[in-house]
Ligand binder design. Structure first.
Ligand code: ZN
Length: 425
């Protein structure tokens, strides 16, 4: 397998060496965090010299998103104001946003891991990278930008929205790589259809997508319709933006850069470790970040360790499964648990159904929970496809929602991440 790497030595380091490096990173991060009295108070009487293994690390308490919010803006930050180059923050739809202050070294680290990600996706100096996430407080735009600059690619820093213009520039500038939020390609396809834009005039060959759950079926649809290969990138504001990891050409899991991040998978209910291969909540510690070090941060993302063995691509860094969902977007309806992504997979298998959908939960006047599914479908679907959709939902997910068929374009499109579940209970 062709396996170009940005930092071949670091990316192929043998496991024992990686694990030694991890412990060094843990000690460094803990020592750095403890310079802030708020961290000292949280963690009690521990010192960096107490950490000799991952097992020692696992005795430290978890860090939650609520704690980060309560620390708004700089309560758990570990850099002096003079050393902070810039802040990024998560959208604060509920409560305070989480602020991540980046030092010069953090921006450097971000560029380095993003350069690795691009290279793993087969992107290099000859590529033209169109960056479609926003440049601003959200980490997407800048992360893609730094990485692309680092590898010497040509950058089209257009940012979010203006899809007609995106298409025109992709064609006219010969864009080969699309960097985007994972559902944005659907919007691109929609606008191309509306405008009768010739997708055959594009030179796109790679899309690097992330920031939202996207099912394997959605992945296949995007690859087929846009004639390109997709790569799944992970990372969040708290960890320092996209760049935590990416899948490689082998497509057997997402490599996490273990010299920069330490990942655990735990039982979301008890916090106890899950064996490799078992699904649980991803817990991330940073090993090289300065402004906001993370020690055992509970991400709410569900995944599993696929393998710690060397990959067909040559990299040795551990592989996680593509994210399955979030502990907090699991829907519980009359005792049945399901994830929106499972509904999405079933919908995408039905000919005549669009890719937009919404799951609406509310309470009937009698007090029982109700589940409705709004989908966009072509004419004739009610007779031809609806019975099969009902039967699939019942058979695979044990769900019998009220299904409302809408015309294509009728569901509202969110400007950022798609809204898949509306819970009015
Ligand atoms: Zn690989």
């Amino acid at each position: 397998m062709d396996a170009a790497m940005w930092e071949p030595e670091a990316e192929t380091r043998p496991r024992e060496a990686l694990e030694r490096e991890t412990v060094e990173g843990m000690r460094r991060t803990l020592g750095h965090a403890l310079t802030n009295p708020a961290w000292r108070q949280r963690l009690g009487s521990v010192e960096s010299g107490d950490i000799h293994s991952a097992a020692d690390w696992a005795r430290l308490r978890f860090l939650t998103k609520d704690e980060l919010r309560d620390a708004y803006p700089f309560g758990l930050a570990c850099a002096d104001a003079g050393d902070v180059w810039r802040v990024h923050m998560s959208s604060g739809t509920t409560g305070n946003p989480v602020v991540n202050p980046f030092t010069r070294a953090d921006v450097e680290q971000w560029a380095a891991v993003m350069a690795r990600c691009y290279t793993a996706a087969g992107v290099g100096a000859r590529d033209v990278v169109q960056i479609t996430p926003s440049f601003g407080l959200f980490t997407g735009g800048f992360g893609f930008h730094y990485g692309a600059e680092r590898i010497g690619a040509m950058v089209v820093p257009i940012g979010a929205g203006r899809t007609s213009l995106q298409l025109q520039l992709m064609r006219d500038l010969g864009t080969t790589v699309l960097a985007a939020i994972s559902t944005y390609p659907l919007r691109i396809l929609e606008v191309a259809r509306e405008e009768r834009f010739d997708l055959g005039s594009l030179k796109l060959r790679v899309a690097i997508l992330g920031s939202e759950m996207w099912s394997d079926d959605l992945r296949r649809l995007i690859e087929r319709e846009l004639s390109l290969t997709t790569f799944d990138i992970i990372g969040m504001t708290e960890t320092g933006g996209p760049g935590l990891g990416i899948d490689c050409a082998a497509r057997e899991g997402i490599h996490v850069w273990e010299d920069h991040y330490f990942c655990e998978v735990v039982d979301p209910a008890t916090g106890r470790p899950r064996a490799d291969g078992e699904e649980g909540e991803l817990v991330v510690s940073t090993l090289t970040r300065e402004g906001l070090p993370l020690i055992r941060y509970r991400t709410h993302d569900l995944t599993r360790v696929v393998s710690r063995a060397p990959c067909a691509c040559g990299r040795t860094h551990l592989r996680l499964d593509r994210l399955h969902g979030r502990t907090d977007d699991m829907v519980i309806f009359r005792g049945v648990n399901f994830y929106p992504r499972q509904v999405e997979s079933l919908l995408l298998k039905q000919p005549g159904v669009g890719h937009e959908y919404q799951i609406v939960l509310d309470r009937a006047p009698g007090g029982s929970d109700r589940l409705a599914l709004l989908v966009e479908a072509r004419d004739g679907f009610a007779e031809m496809g609806l019975p099969r959709l009902r039967s699939d939902l019942r058979q695979f997910l044990n769900l019998s929602p009220e299904i409302t068929l809408l015309k294509e374009g009728e569901l509202p499109r969110a400007p950022g991440k798609a809204v898949r579940v509306v819970d009015r209970r």
